[in-house]
Design a binder for this molecule. Structure first.
Ligand code: GLA
Length: 783
């Protein structure tokens, strides 16, 4: 316990403890305060202080609206906001730091202070947060052997330099120096990634060397608290429900000190092609009430989600790209609107205020408007607007060509040849294949489909592979996520394999301002991948949501702002446009569409569309249908029962088995109901270590709830324990047995598996008796 009690003898205006008044002066003139970790409570100037916090990312909120959003946080009852710093947002190029405009973290902290809010800072170096690469800069991946989030020398030196820079810019805003920053987090949920406590220790040292003198802490989900645990780092626990279980697990590793939930989820994030997430508000309020009535501290993740503007949205593992909307069903919506959840949270918290503390009224919402549909009648075809090529012998990953985002075109000419399978080793992330300009097919990382059929072709036929990179995976080992092709492209025909080496032209398409400025526009439509441009008039700028339902897949810009990615499969069908980014008078929209619009028309809506899935428009293949499952082909079958309850359960097979497909079959559930649910399924190698999910896909699932919630099967293998696969329950309730088959990508030796049940108390879907099948052909490879 002693280790946490750090007292700072500072000139403290002790009397001025309530956040509002203590904060409402300009920081440089403000006295410093002490913020310490006591035996049971946080202590602000020596007095118990309950952290009522909410997460808000200034990078996801238009700068012009920071104050309004922060006022909403205060009015909701929060006394603190928690903010990640996304390293790659501030150090887009090595050694070049940007703290201006939308990246002005210090100004954000100052405004928070002016609005009566303290700040908890989470500078990384890794953040997660469904942000591109979890905040880690893509340029580190230029080093093929770098090991991110480890004591790898190159990673550590870059991370240490980053934290030193953070200290330079935000150190003066610590509470000890009269600013609002109470605490600083080291890394993020490191226990879910590794267990090297020394690595955490070196980051802690880097923050101390950067002159952070406020308490340093670490956060982890309940199941990973012990991994990388250090006695000199205060621990907080992340959970979406069942606070009693979460805090019990925290107390098991940290017998005293204030109880804090570092991330408490009122909603969840969306990925393309999966249902929009709505949180269970009743449960959220009950659990929040539980924490408030025990003076436990918490941070609502997200209090206000905002938008991953531009190309900043990340991807869930193994590869589920995140939407640009980060509404998160948070109490404060993407556009800063408040509703029942906000009011209920405000009402609940107002029953737990400090003596004399009053909540301000929420500020008015910013107006929103419709924009009549208009046509984009200028185009610039991608193939007509190529930069100078890079000559190369092999089509290598984007990072090799010093590119981290956007698209890249690989071109080569072929010798005459018969029909063949064109195969790539790996694609980051989608590749459209053209032969002599004619689209042949698409390769899709979601299914690890890296092959298309090429027809017979003449000598000199031009092969084009246009690759689109979506966000870098932001979670798990998959963060070593290089984009583009990986150097190996071959033609396979008649049992022979012809590696396409020599004579590649590579065209990096960075989708940045210089590229857009150089586009050659023509009036009239274009076919194939193309940029489209149009304009519209606005009398009085206000917020709006661009309706992109006529468009296929790509990126949209407004008045030069790279606004968002879009994809017609949904769930989101609109892109949030902050009013301050519009002009009174003429406004310009540019859309890159890799598929082509049904009609080149866009309008603005006064309300967002966040929940419209259109699976029929998806170019993916569906997991194998019923009847394709052939469990009789299993080489190994194992039958047993799971214990009831939320705890993670590890199962070891009597002897290791080898196979490419793993099927878990529920025979019944502990509550006797027809449902099965799995939060996380990890496979273990014969030594008991987790097997990488890098090449995993869902090969078959008998039932998923995709209407009333996102119970998609991919949730069971994405590493996140707060979401889960759940069999159908809203429109139909098929009974056991239920099957989920994972394709591992290659034959793997398996020694057992780890089953993480769905979190929460008394929730449906807890599997009782089960069978496991391992084999190679439980589900035939779909072609
Ligand atoms: C984790 C991370 C957060 C965020 C949430 C999911 O707990 O720490 O950054 O990714 O999951 O939204």
């Amino acid at each position: 316990m002693k280790t946490f009690i750090t007292t700072f003898l500072l000139a403290a205006g002790a009397a001025m403890l309530t956040p509002g008044c203590a904060l409402a002066q300009d920081s440089s003139a403000r006295p410093g305060h002490t913020f310490t970790i006591g035996t049971n409570d946080f202590l602000l100037d020596g007095r118990p202080f309950e952290v009522r916090c909410g997460e808000i990312h200034f990078a996801r909120v238009p700068r012009e609206y920071w104050r309004q959003r922060l006022q909403l946080c205060r009015a909701m009852g929060l006394n603190t906001v928690c903010a990640y710093l996304f390293w790659n947002y501030h150090e887009f190029e090595p050694g070049k730091f940007d703290w201006s405009g939308q990246a002005d973290a210090a100004e954000f902290c100052r405004i928070a202070q002016e609005e009566g809010l303290w700040v908890i800072l989470r500078p990384g170096p890794y953040a997660c947060a469904e942000w591109d690469g979890g905040g880690i800069p893509w340029w580190l991946l230029k080093n093929d052997s770098i090991r991110l989030r480890s004591q790898d020398a190159e990673f550590m030196s870059a991370a240490t330099a980053w934290l030193k820079e953070v200290g330079r810019v935000l150190g003066p805003l610590q509470v000890t120096k009269g600013g609002p920053i109470l605490m600083v987090q080291v890394e993020n949920e490191y226990g879910s990634f590794g267990s090297d406590a020394e690595y955490m220790g070196r980051l802690r040292q880097a923050l101390l060397a950067a002159e952070f003198d406020v308490p340093l802490f670490a956060c982890n989900p309940a199941g990973d608290l012990r991994r990388g645990l250090r006695g000199d780092l205060f621990q907080v626990v992340n959970f979406g429900s069942d606070p009693k279980n979460g805090f019990d697990r925290l107390r098991a590793v940290q017998p005293s000190g204030p109880l804090m939930c570092g991330e408490f989820y009122p909603g969840w994030f969306d990925t393309w092609g999966a249902p929009h997430h709505l949180g269970n508000t009743k449960q959220y309020l009950a659990d929040l009430g539980y924490m408030l009535s025990r003076d436990a501290s918490f941070s609502i993740y997200m209090a206000h989600g905002g938008t991953s503007f531009g190309l900043w949205s990340g991807a869930d593992r193994p590869f589920k790209p995140d939407t640009s909307s980060y509404d998160y069903d948070a109490p404060i919506s993407e556009a800063g609107w408040i509703g029942d959840k906000f009011e209920a949270t405000r009402k609940l918290i107002s029953r737990h205020l400090e003596p004399g503390e009053k909540l301000p009224e929420p500020p008015a919402a910013n107006p929103a408007m419709d924009i009549p549909p208009f046509t984009l009648n200028e185009t610039a075809a991608v193939f007509d607007n190529l930069p100078a090529p890079v000559e190369d012998t092999l089509p290598r990953n984007m990072e090799t060509y010093d590119q981290g985002h956007g698209c890249i075109l690989y071109r080569t000419t072929l010798a005459a040849g018969p029909a063949a399978a064109l195969q790539a080793g790996r694609v980051g992330d989608f590749a459209w294949v053209f032969l002599n300009g004619k689209k042949i097919g698409v390769m899709d990382r979601r299914e690890r489909r890296y092959s298309v059929r090429l027809p017979a072709h003449e000598k000199g036929a031009q092969l084009d592979i246009l690759v689109e990179a979506m966000g870098h995976v932001n979670f798990g080992g998959e963060i070593h996520d290089r984009k583009g092709l990986d150097g190996s492209v071959r033609l396979v025909a008649g049992g022979g394999t012809n590696v396409l080496a020599g004579g590649w032209q590579v065209y990096p398409l960075r989708l940045d301002a210089p590229m857009l400025a150089g586009l050659q526009w023509k009036t009239g439509p274009a076919s194939g991948p193309a940029f489209w441009r149009g304009s519209f008039e606005v009398k009085q700028p206000a917020d709006t949501f661009l309706d992109l339902r006529n468009w296929g897949k790509g990126v949209v810009w407004i008045n030069g702002h790279c606004l968002a990615r879009y994809w017609n499969i949904g769930p989101s069908q609109t892109a949030y446009v902050p009013g301050p980014w519009l002009h009174a008078g003429g406004n310009e929209v540019v859309v890159l569409d890799l598929l082509g619009p049904s009609q080149p028309v866009i309008g603005g809506l006064a309300k967002p569309i966040l929940d419209q899935l259109r699976p029929q428009l998806d170019f993916n293949r569906k997991p194998a249908a019923k009847g394709h499952l052939n469990l009789a082909a299993a080489a190994f079958v194992y039958t047993n029962s799971f214990a009831p309850g939320p705890d993670v359960q590890e199962v070891r097979f009597p002897q290791p088995v080898e196979g490419r497909q793993f099927c878990i079959e529920s025979l019944n559930a502990h509550d006797g109901k027809p449902f099965a649910a799995i939060a996380e399924l990890d496979l273990l190698d014969p030594a008991g270590n987790s097997i990488s999910h890098m090449n995993w896909t869902v090969a078959y699932v008998d039932s998923e709830e995709l209407v009333a919630e996102d119970g998609s099967a991919g949730n069971a293998i994405n590493g996140q324990t707060s979401d889960y696969w759940h069999t159908a329950w809203s429109n139909e309730q098929p009974g056991h047995p239920h099957q989920l088959v994972i394709d591992l990508g290659d034959a793997v030796r398996i020694g057992g598996f780890r089953y993480t049940p769905r979190a929460g108390s008394n929730v449906p879907g807890r599997i009782k008796d089960y069978r496991v099948y391992v084999g190679t052909n439980l589900v035939p490879e779909a072609d």
